[in-house]
Design a protein. Structure first.
Length: 289
């Protein structure tokens, strides 16, 4: 009898960064009360597509497809009758993601549904947050973002159509970030909490920012942590974020609430950077000349 040793090659380190761009269609906004009914995902290194998946998900017992999905998409209940169970879909999706960088337009929404099944990815990009960071006065919704960046979007609010457009948006954003010499670390795992769309869920490894945290980049500070070898050293804030902050809205569950402001400081002494809570530094006025 022949035996096979099956290795999850998707979990191996890749020679080039691989992204898994995904999108859920769901029965509602509250991930604790609602479910996923459609998922689409594409693995890509942004030069070629490496694979794609698309699944319909069976409705939970006694549940109906809500009117807003029927009115705004071509999804119908008969399309879900032979769909997979939600847990089965999540297992397949987790394997498909592997060790890639996870990408979604407004990732906190989709990540909330992942978290319900214990899936907490360490590396991700939220294209909506990146757009808010790059163009703070413009709408960051997918349709206007795609148009602004010359990306075609047909059949919005269907999972595969949305992620194909999101890939184009991501390519354009990463090109702009490189041209503007913005460090990739600034946008990695970044979630922007804005009045336009308040953050209702923070993925475990998220760096939540508001305009306040963005404005702190470049500020001068002095370390006042007496337990640190950098006590009294001066430096410049290269990044600031709120750890695990979300806002309560419509009864959504609070996940990972902490609320400390975290600062990444480039030290003047040439010894590199340090990461400190805001209460362990003293602000030294304005921005460096």
């Amino acid at each position: 009898m022949t035996t096979f040793n099956v290795e999850n090659v998707l979990a191996r380190p890749s020679m080039k960064e691989v992204f898994t761009v995904f999108d859920f269609e769901t029965t509602g906004l509250d991930y604790m009360e609602n479910q996923v009914v459609e998922v689409a995902a594409i693995r890509t290194d942004l030069t070629q597509e490496l694979g794609r998946m698309h699944m319909y998900v069976k409705l939970h017992e006694g549940k109906k497809l809500p009117d807003f999905l029927i009115d705004n998409t071509d999804l119908r209940e008969h399309m879900l009758t032979n769909g997979v169970h939600e847990l089965q879909m999540m297992i397949v999706l987790q394997s498909f993601i592997g060790n890639s960088t996870l990408v979604a337009h407004y990732l906190p929404f989709d990540a909330a549904y992942l978290s319900k099944f214990g899936i907490r990815h360490e590396s991700f990009l939220c294209t909506r947050s990146i757009e808010r960071f790059l163009n703070p006065t413009e709408s960051a919704s997918l349709d206007p973002t795609a148009k602004r960046r010359g990306v075609k979007l047909e059949g919005a609010h269907r999972a595969m159509n949305d992620i194909e457009a999101t890939i184009g948006v991501l390519k354009s954003q990463l090109k702009e970030i490189e041209e503007r010499r913005i460090p990739r670390a600034h946008i990695s795992n970044m979630i922007i909490d804005s009045e336009e769309r308040p953050n209702n869920f923070s993925p475990t490894y998220a760096k939540v920012k508001t305009p306040k945290e963005i404005e702190l980049s470049g500020k001068r500070v002095k370390v006042r942590d007496k337990n640190s070898r950098f006590h009294n050293e001066k430096g410049t804030i290269t990044e600031a974020y709120l750890q695990g902050v979300v806002k309560e809205n419509k009864g959504l569950k609070i996940d990972g609430y902490d609320g400390d402001r975290i600062l990444v400081i480039q030290l003047d002494n040439g010894l590199g950077s340090t990461v400190l809570n805001e209460n362990l530094v003293k602000y030294n006025g304005g921005f460096p000349q």
